[in-house]
Write a protein that binds this ligand. Structure first.
Ligand code: SAM
Length: 237
């Protein structure tokens, strides 16, 4: 697999005149439900994180030993259910789009869940610039944008450089958990993760979906289309 700058979301390319890294997400203006908007207005100051120059990961999570980063949480189906099931874990749920973060805040308030923090930012920047090494108890990336056309593959999040960087943020024994319904992206994920020397596969090849991972919105869409679902569970050496 190529590791050149044209397949690396961390790289800066001539394609982008302002020298921003390649975007792994779709630019869109999503509608936000009034209840989610209200949750953001009321609850952001308590549970939201503004990832700017003042953000200090260690200070924000002082006393939290079990922080799991969920990248691209979407509408938060997995986030809220998994937070409820593991109150000893703090989930940092990140997406570039805010409507889902509002839904998460709303549902956590409704269910009395206090172990979720949300951030609206590019997770590549968050990981690269703000998360210390050996800090995370896990990273979850469920159904990342598949960018199905060949010419779009450079936008896929799971590339060797990103996985190496992400792995450096995991504690020893922590888990990197991916899932996708796109077979050729699943194959790419398996190749990239298997070639990362700091990670070990917990299965031979793909893992069966663990019953503790809830079915997400994008997964349901994939299932309706008849796609096979592949999970990948690797641990940090
Ligand atoms: C296909 S959706 C999947 C959402 C959810 N995980 C699910 O399974 O239903 C992918 C999500 O990842 C988000 N995303 C993509 N690249 C991202 C990045 N670099 N940082 C944060 N979020 C990102 C997108 O905005 C989108 O909400």
């Amino acid at each position: 697999m190529s590791t050149s700058s044209d397949t690396n979301p961390l790289a800066e390319t001539a394609e982008d005149a302002s020298h921003r890294p390649i975007r792994t997400f779709h630019a869109r203006r999503s509608r936000i439900r009034p209840s989610a908007k209200s949750a953001i207005d009321r609850l952001w100051a308590r549970w939201g994180i503004d990832v700017d120059d003042r953000f200090n990961f260690a200070e924000t999570f002082r006393g939290d030993a079990n922080i799991v980063l969920e990248i691209g949480c979407g509408m938060g189906d997995a986030t809220v259910a998994m937070a409820a099931a593991t109150p000893e874990t703090t989930i940092l749920a990140v997406d570039v789009h805010t409507p889902g973060l509002g839904v998460i805040l709303r549902d956590c308030e409704r269910d009395g869940i206090g172990n979720v923090r949300v951030a609206a930012c590019d997770a590549v920047t968050l990981i690269r610039d703000h998360i210390p090494n050996d800090a995370l108890a896990g990273i979850r990336i469920y159904f990342p944008d598949p960018w199905p056309k060949q010419r779009q593959h450079k936008r896929r999040l799971i590339q060797p450089e990103f996985v190496s960087l992400a792995s450096s943020k995991l504690k020893s024994g922590a888990t990197l958990h991916l899932a996708t319904d796109w077979q050729n992206y699943a194959d790419q994920m398996l190749e990239v993760l298997s070639n990362e020397p700091t990670l070990r596969n917990t299965s031979e090849g793909f893992s069966p979906r663990p019953d503790w991972r809830p079915v997400t919105r994008f997964e349901s869409r994939g299932l309706r289309l008849g796609h096979a679902i592949n999970d990948l569970l690797f641990t940090k050496v």
